[in-house]
Write a protein that binds this ligand. Structure first.
Ligand code: HAM
Length: 414
């Protein structure tokens, strides 16, 4: 029979991988709680229209990368490529779009991208959305959160790039002048950039083509189209957080999702390679209205967990472990009772019951190859005199026979 493989770009994770995930996820949750942000969980599947109307049907994400299919009722549904759209859909549905709220979420997202290091088709994000807050304090608070994430996860060589896209009108005016400027250079562009020029001109600023980047050096700049107050917001953010994080104003930063309006930002690290952004976010004041809700200014971010985990120096949790080796001859109910008492006495240690039918000697040999600190041996003799042998697996100390209560006390202190 042919074996069935996983889908490309959708890796499995085993405990050896997850041992570095859990401390990072816990730390992020700690930071979110310290900022008094509440958790929200929304479904992984949503109607496709939600993403068309939010992320945008001119964006690469919706155009080429979304996993969409018809359900049994012939309705087009999609695996979420990001979390913001679902959160806004939910707050509109619950009529929370007239108030202020702060949410965080964590979970899998799906994009049909070409897999490579740091880029997957199923990946994980931790996101935050501040809803109902005008441009101003919330923008500062969100950048403070970015700095906290970078510092509490001990991310080295991080740089935060910030930009301002202005309001809807300045974005349109800038796009128009960019098209007028680039039109004469069309014959020097590849098909992808020509398509961007007609569908979503601002995305050309992201072009990886060196020739296009050279042409863009003389192009009109977004700064000429945005207000004085937007430019001073950028300068003030840069100054306020200069002691916490390297911040650079980058007028070419446009981001790949259509819903952004004001401040946009991306945190990158030179330790990541080609896919160097590990946080992306920005303001999206028009999204709630575009999804049928009230006017609700908002700003948010998402952290790419795979990328963050690969560069975080937060300690892997060094799990303490004891191997419990019971008598080989029969299944011994007393062994399970003792194991249960031990686990109740100290849940910080994992008690690994050896479930094989091999000899005590073979079980001990295997225990020696693990990272366990001790083996607790409960053989036929120990069953008769209600004792346990405690053997250290880290040194050559003599093994010690203990009563069950003594062993429980010992287990509490490991
Ligand atoms: P995004 O920039 O598309 O923004 O994604 C945020 C982060 O997710 C990226 O910086 C990256 O670290 C990670 N990421 C994206 N695609 C992949 C992939 N294929 N494989 C691995 N990691 C990936 C958003 O998703 C917005 N919803 C952020 C936001 C929230 N804006 C406002 N609120």
């Amino acid at each position: 029979m042919d074996k069935i493989n996983s889908l490309r770009g959708m890796p499995d994770f085993y405990s050896d991988d997850l041992i570095s995930w859990t401390p990072v996820e816990n730390k992020l949750e700690e930071v979110f709680r310290a900022f008094s942000i509440g958790e929200i969980r929304t479904p992984i599947l949503e109607y496709t229209d939600l993403f068309k109307r939010s992320v945008g049907d001119t964006s690469d994400i919706v155009n080429k990368e979304i996993y969409s299919f018809d359900d049994r009722n012939d309705q087009s549904i999609s695996l979420r490529p990001e979390g913001t759209a679902g959160v806004i859909r939910s707050v509109i549905e619950k009529k929370l779009d007239q108030q202020q709220s702060k949410f965080w979420y964590m979970g899998p997202m799906f994009r049909y991208e070409r897999p490579q290091k740091g880029r997957y088709r199923q990946f994980h994000q931790a996101g935050v959305e501040f809803l109902g807050y005008q441009e101003g304090q919330a923008d500062f608070e969100l950048i403070a959160l970015v700095c906290s994430i970078i510092n509490s996860l001990d991310i080295k060589n991080a740089k935060l790039k910030i930009n301002h896209l202005g309001d809807k009108d300045s974005k349109i005016q800038f796009a128009r002048s960019l098209v007028t400027f680039l039109e004469p250079y069309k014959d020097q562009m590849d098909d992808k950039d020509i398509e961007r020029l007609s569908k979503n001109p601002l995305r050309i600023l992201d072009s990886k083509d060196k020739k296009v980047q050279e042409i863009l050096e003389n192009a009109p700049s977004l700064t000429d189209f945005i207000s004085e107050s937007a430019n001073s917001l950028l300068a003030s953010i840069q100054k306020t957080f200069a002691d916490q994080c390297t911040i650079e104003i980058d007028n070419k930063l446009v981001r790949g999702l259509d819903y952004y309006t004001g401040l946009v930002f991306e945190a990158c690290s030179s330790d990541l390679g080609a896919q160097d952004a590990f946080i992306g976010g920005g303001r999206y004041d028009n999204l709630a209205k575009a999804l049928g809700g009230k006017d609700m200014p908002a700003i948010g971010l998402a952290v790419g967990l795979e990328r963050l985990i690969s560069i975080s120096s937060v300690l892997r949790c060094d799990e303490k472990k004891v191997i419990f080796i019971s008598s080989t001859s029969n299944i011994t109910p007393l062994a399970f009772k003792i194991a249960n008492k031990l686990r109740n006495a100290n849940s910080n240690i994992s008690l690994d019951m050896d479930l094989t039918d091999s000899s005590i000697k073979a079980k001990l040999r295997r225990a020696n190859k693990t990272n366990a600190t001790h083996a607790f041996i409960f053989g036929d003799e120990e069953m008769n005199n209600k004792s346990i042998i405690v053997k250290s697996l880290r040194d050559d100390n003599e093994q010690v026979s203990m009563s069950i209560d003594e062993c429980i006390d010992f287990f509490k202190e490991i």
